[in-house]
Design a protein around this ligand. Structure first.
Ligand code: MN
Length: 491
């Protein structure tokens, strides 16, 4: 049977299986798997992934079994559906994966193992999360915030690691809009004003470059890019909220035929406009950690407008926007020929960590010992994952201590904390937590926080909670709201 009718078969099975179920939006449940199907088709995923996307909630929520799926659609589809189901459980306590790797109690590791064998599981999960975010308005506000937070903390970095830039931006923008609607609107307005003011000068700059490229017979495509609201929010925090220091608010992007033409185009742009010192970034020769490739340069035009130019090839552009999904589109051979013909300067390095992950998964499965610390660092470099005694996963910024954990659970647990037990041992409150620690907080009723705790919190979240408690306890209390090491950067 041709694959395409397999897709129709999957739609039929899912429609029947979910019959009678409703989403929180009030629509029939099948709307969700069909939306996931559409997203995966837009990403040019293979048929097995699309079929698994259609069926991704059937095993968890309906009478359909993995065996049914394997019989009708084959082993690969069943494996993918199983992976997505397990990943869902993994996020919420993970008790069901024990058969997978009985000798380790490390939930995050299991999560990676469960998915690492086939990265398409992660891609389906991202499509699932993307649609859930797009329809988040149907949920009550507290749930909206919880899902938005998790999306920002886990799924956006995941999309980034898979180099799916467009997906990362959509996840960040939507999540941020739910987490901080006021700030979101504020920054949106600010960006629009800036854009309007710069419009004419930008057009002049673009025209000048286009004229020169035409004269040199260089084929190009040009589009403008406005920085996403969430990345602007992050950048403003770095620059004292001074938007004039954000040079890449507006960028003009030129897509040209090959790597050589990228450098030629850079030279032509610099012949027109004065480049700003230290603002030329060659991510073609030195790709970003996630494999991103492009040349960036910030220039000042004769109209005194600061503009960032981004120059890249079509392949680089596709990888930047669609990342790992693009590799399913550019099959291996095409990739290799693009490499040898110099259209991309090296094989995308963002594939390497996945390869590593899968090799590690295979090693673990065959009982070999592996360095699990290294594995975790690759995926979530700036986070640690610790557990409550019940096995719930709590993610914290690197360098967090027990009070960070306590405040994350609840501000009252933070306020009344009198001790911490890590991996069964009583520890002092300035003990750094590590990946995989099991943390228990000892509280005493009516106990109060004290100013000395400011040295014992590492996360912004806990610091802010603690400060507001200290302010209400001690009306004369004054402290810089930022951690001490950042103090001198402030005016
Ligand atoms: Mn789903």
């Amino acid at each position: 049977m041709p694959k395409n009718s397999k897709i129709q078969e999957a739609v039929k099975l899912a429609t029947e299986a979910h019959d009678g179920q409703l989403r929180k939006t009030g629509e029939p449940y099948i709307v969700h798997p069909l939306a996931v199907k559409k997203i995966l088709e837009e990403w040019n995923m293979d048929d097995d992934t699309i079929i698994a996307g259609i069926l991704h909630d059937t095993v968890e929520d309906t009478d359909v079994t993995l065996k049914d799926i394997e019989e009708q659609f084959g082993h690969d589809v069943a494996f993918l559906v199983d992976g997505v189901t397990k990943l869902g459980k993994a996020r919420s306590g993970m008790k069901n994966l024990d058969s997978y790797l009985p000798e380790t109690s490390d939930n995050l590791l299991k999560l990676l193992i469960a998915t690492g064998q086939d990265v398409r599981v992660l891609i389906i999960k991202l499509a699932d999360r993307l649609h859930n975010l797009r329809t988040l308005s149907a949920l009550p506000p507290d749930k909206q915030k919880k899902i938005a937070r998790e999306s920002l903390d886990v799924f956006a970095p995941l999309a980034d690691r898979l180099q799916m830039g467009r997906v990362r931006v959509e996840i960040e923008e939507t999540s941020f809009r739910y987490l901080d609607p006021k700030r979101y609107e504020e920054l949106k307005k600010l960006t629009e004003e800036r854009l309007k003011r710069a419009d004419k000068k930008l057009k002049n700059a673009q025209q000048a470059v286009e004229n020169l490229l035409k004269r040199e017979h260089i084929k190009y495509k040009c589009d403008g890019r406005v920085k996403s609201i969430y990345s602007l929010h992050k950048k403003l925090a770095k620059y004292d909220q001074n938007i004039d220091r954000v040079y890449d608010l507006i960028a003009l992007r030129f897509i040209v035929e090959d790597v050589t033409t990228c450098y030629l185009t850079l030279g032509l742009i610099h012949s027109l406009f004065r480049p700003m010192e230290g603002r030329v970034k060659d991510y073609i020769a030195m790709p970003k950690q996630n494999g991103y490739q492009s040349i960036h340069t910030t220039v000042i035009t004769p109209d005194k407008q600061v503009v960032e130019f981004q120059i890249r090839t079509q392949e680089m552009h596709d990888y930047a926007e669609r990342g790992l999904a693009a590799t399913f589109f550019y099959n291996e051979q095409k990739l290799t020929s693009a490499y040898t013909e110099g259209r991309i300067s090296k094989l995308p390095s963002h594939l390497l960590w996945i390869k590593e992950l899968q090799e590690t998964a295979a090693k673990l499965a065959s009982g070999e010992k592996v360095d699990t610390k290294k594995l975790k660092l690759t995926l979530f470099a700036d986070k640690i994952f610790v557990y409550t005694p019940k096995g719930d996963i709590i993610d914290l910024p690197k360098d967090s201590m027990p009070l960070d954990f306590a405040y994350r659970l609840h501000s009252e647990i933070g306020a009344t904390c009198t001790g911490a037990i890590v991996n069964g041992k009583m520890v002092s409150l300035n003990t750094k937590l590590h990946n995989g620690d099991i943390v228990e907080i000892v509280t005493t009723k009516n106990s109060k926080p004290n100013p000395g705790w400011l040295d014992k919190v590492g996360s912004k979240h806990a610091r802010h909670k603690l400060l507001s408690q200290l302010h209400s306890l001690f009306p004369n209390f004054a402290a810089n709201p930022d951690p001490p090491e950042k103090k001198e950067k402030k005016k």
